[in-house]
Write a protein that binds this ligand. Structure first.
Ligand code: AMP
Length: 207
């Protein structure tokens, strides 16, 4: 099964993707994670990506489509279903994806826009295992519960960049809902609920 997780920044795509990949044995393919790994290793792609990510803009389509295509061509993706988290993010990417992947389902996680800024600026992530937390539930704890690594605030999770990312989402990514509606592939869940409730809705859809 090939699934796309669609949603605004802060909708919970990464959190749900981690749970779903564990439950359904799907590979979690996150373009944001791939870019962050490249930035960490100072690769050419990382240097290009950082200049856009820091401004809250999308990394150019040619770079982004290529890294996804390369990833999906790897042996594990040929033998196993996958979850795309953060890709596609605009119509051009979706058109390209249709050329090299057969998507079965698009899960759209809907969240009230006014909740997003608080969710993201309060987010603390583990740079090692990718676990994600919110300051309100950490109670002052600064280490990852899973691997005891010091949690960080992502460079692009500040209010100014988040505002730009939400703007980009509304303009470029939200039209994908209609794109996939027309293909009869979209299912929407309520991401305003807690992590468990949202997960349970998705599990119901997947059966
Ligand atoms: P994420 O971790 O999904 O929030 O992505 C972090 C940042 O990486 C985004 O704000 C974009 O700058 C960049 N990015 C991730 N996925 C894509 C994509 N499909 N197309 C272009 N840029 C992307």
């Amino acid at each position: 099964m090939q699934i796309i997780l669609l949603g605004a920044p802060g909708a919970g795509k990464g959190t749900q993707a981690k749970r779903l990949s564990a439950k359904y044995n799907l590979l979690h393919v996150s373009t944001g994670d791939i870019f962050r790994e490249n930035i960490k290793n100072s690769t050419d792609i990382g240097i290009i990506a950082k200049s856009f990510i820091d401004k809250g803009q999308l990394v150019p389509n040619d770079v982004t489509v290529e890294i996804v295509k390369e990833r999906l061509e790897q042996e594990d993706c040929k033998n196993q279903g996958y979850l795309l988290d953060g890709f596609p993010r605009n119509i051009e990417q979706a058109i390209e994806l249709d050329k090299f992947s057969k998507i079965d389902l698009v899960l759209n996680i809907g969240v009230d826009i006014n909740k997003l800024i608080n969710r993201i600026t309060g987010r603390r992530v583990c740079p090692k295992c990718g676990a994600s937390y919110h300051v309100t539930t950490l109670n002052g704890e600064t280490l990852c519960k899973a691997c005891k690594t010091e949690l960080i605030l992502r460079d692009d999770d500040n209010e100014e960049t988040v505002t730009k990312r939400i703007e980009v989402y509304n303009k470029q990514t939200a039209p994908l809902i209609d794109y996939y509606k027309k293909q009869g592939k979209i299912a929407t869940v309520d991401g305003n609920l807690g992590i468990d409730e949202t997960f349970n809705q998705i599990v119901k859809i997947l059966g």
